[in-house]
Design a protein around this ligand. Structure first.
Ligand code: CUA
Length: 328
């Protein structure tokens, strides 16, 4: 492509980044809207000051000396170079600090609390059981109710990750030995993409997640279903897949509630069939990609902790994938 057509595409590409599932410029909740607002205030203020400085500079250079007025005096440095930036930056700092305090403040009575733990390279998700029900374990996908603030408790057992779903707010680092908290709220249903925002190793770029905002009753229904143990597979192929799962020791790393599989190294698979993606946002979740992930996980996402099960025959792979997809 020549330079001109590429340049012509640039504005379209830039605007394309303003909408969509992972854009801070398309806020889907009050925290994200507040961050969006301060972003535009800084952008607008910065642009106005930039234009003002350019105009004054042009005036100082081009105007006849007699007409430069106070621009030629040393006071311009005191007022324009010290007083003005000090006042503007102090005001911005106070506004920003107040906003930050607002965003991390815990919501009122009985908040929904979700613990998210940065793993290598995926997200362990615990819905904490404040409502008296059992805690729910999931991975790489976080469902939240619309219109209810959710307190996220962010942790890491290994290196620093950063939890960021731009359309909802954030971002906040997950630091080993610390517990960071952020409150996010979705004001409309939808799927919002999040991404690890701190380099955490070679597959950092493939460490994504989805926040799925559901209407309150849909969320309650989903959470109740999510507490149930895994459904027993119905098809003969999926039943055989369950045997393959046991025979190849998958349960040493993965848990499937209601079965002997209770591993905690990798993601909980009790309801893996209902998730949108595999490998933390790496592949969309369908039987073909499930087979690919099982057999070639080290090619798809090198150095992740799951070995590639290339030794499985085609029938075993398909059966195992059928079992996984049946876990809804
Ligand atoms: Cu986790 Cu970058």
């Amino acid at each position: 492509m020549k330079a001109a057509p590429v340049a012509a595409l640039a504005p379209a590409a830039a605007l394309g980044g303003c909408a969509g599932v992972q854009s801070a410029l398309d806020p889907a909740g009050p925290q994200a809207a507040a961050i969006d607002r301060i972003g535009w205030i800084m952008m607008g203020g910065g642009a106005a000051i930039f234009v003002l400085v350019l105009a004054l500079t042009a005036w100082a250079i081009l105007a006849p000396e007699a007409r430069r007025g106070w621009l030629g005096k040393p006071e311009i440095v005191t007022w324009g170079g010290i007083a003005f930036p000090a006042v503007t930056l102090a005001a911005l700092l106070l506004y920003g600090l107040a906003l930050a305090a607002d965003i991390v403040r815990a919501p009122g009575a009985q908040p929904l609390r979700i613990e998210v733990i940065g793993e290598r390279w995926w997200w362990r998700v615990h819905y904490l059981a404040d409502d008296g029900g059992a805690a729910v374990v999931s991975a790489n996908e976080i469902r939240v109710p619309v219109g209810r603030p959710v307190e996220f408790i962010l942790k890491s057992p290994n290196v620093i990750h950063s939890f960021w779903a731009p359309a909802l707010g954030g971002k906040l680092d997950m630091i080993p030995g610390r517990e960071n908290r952020v409150v996010l709220e979705a004001d409309r249903p939808g799927i919002f993409r999040g991404q690890c925002a701190e380099f955490c190793g070679e597959q950092h770029a493939l460490m994504a997640f989805a926040i799925v905002a559901l209407e309150l009753e849909d969320f309650d229904r989903w959470l109740t279903a999510e507490r149930e143990p895994a459904a027993s597979p119905e098809s003969a192929e999926a039943l055989r897949g369950r045997e393959v799962f046991a025979a190849f020791g998958c349960g040493a790393c993965h848990a499937v509630a209601g079965t002997d599989a209770a591993g905690i190294v990798g993601p909980d698979l009790t309801h893996v069939g209902s998730r949108l993606t595999l490998g933390a946002g790496t592949l969309s979740n369908n039987p073909r990609n499930m087979i690919r992930w099982i057999a070639e996980s080290q090619a798809v996402k090198p150095d992740n902790l799951m070995p590639a099960y290339a030794m499985l025959g085609a029938d075993d792979r398909a059966a195992l994938a059928a079992y996984m997809e049946s876990l809804r």
